[in-house]
Ligand binder design. Structure first.
Ligand SMILES: [Zn+2]
Length: 156
């Protein structure tokens, strides 16, 4: 079976890397790289948090907006602006939440939030969320800490 053979081969390669001459620079480098890849694979996946919303009277409260923004490493003001643009509803925020001055159901809230994540958080290349927004020569760029990709993003 091909799959089995590949696993066997992979095992052999690993063994070779372990048994390298400690003064062979290339082999050491190769070994270090293999170990790094192993660490990366074992690293816990960063999970996109859920945005909780609640309708109170004529307002919609994004209850955990500040916490969510901390995890996804975005300015709450940035997420707030996006919600204002998408819903056409004015909004304010405080230390914990974003308050939309209008009724937006939770389905819509999640839809908007997902769009925000896709456009402003997930890397365009590797789709991982370990990214940040930087400004270079007045242009907003989404920089990925996982794969190093840099992609322009629009201003909200
Ligand atoms: Zn990436």
């Amino acid at each position: 079976m091909v799959v089995k053979k590949e696993i066997k081969d992979a095992k052999n390669i690993k063994k070779e890397n372990v048994d390298v001459d400690l003064f062979d620079y290339d082999a050491l480098l190769k070994r270090a790289r293999t170990q790094l890849e192993k660490i990366n694979l074992e690293q816990e996946r960063f999970v996109i948090p859920k945005l909780m919303s609640l309708i109170q009277g004529k307002k919609t409260i994004l209850k955990n907006a500040a916490q969510v923004c901390k995890i996804i490493n975005r300015d709450p003001q940035h997420l707030l602006k996006y919600f204002v643009k998408e819903t056409g509803v004015p909004a304010t925020n405080d230390d914990t939440k974003i308050i939309l001055n209008g009724v937006v159901n939770s389905f819509k809230v999640n839809q908007i939030y997902q769009k925000y994540i896709n456009e402003f958080v997930l890397c365009k290349q590797c789709k991982k969320p370990d990214t940040r927004i930087i400004i270079e020569k007045g242009v907003l760029l989404l920089k990925c800490d996982a794969c190093g990709a840099i992609n322009p993003v629009r201003k909200i």
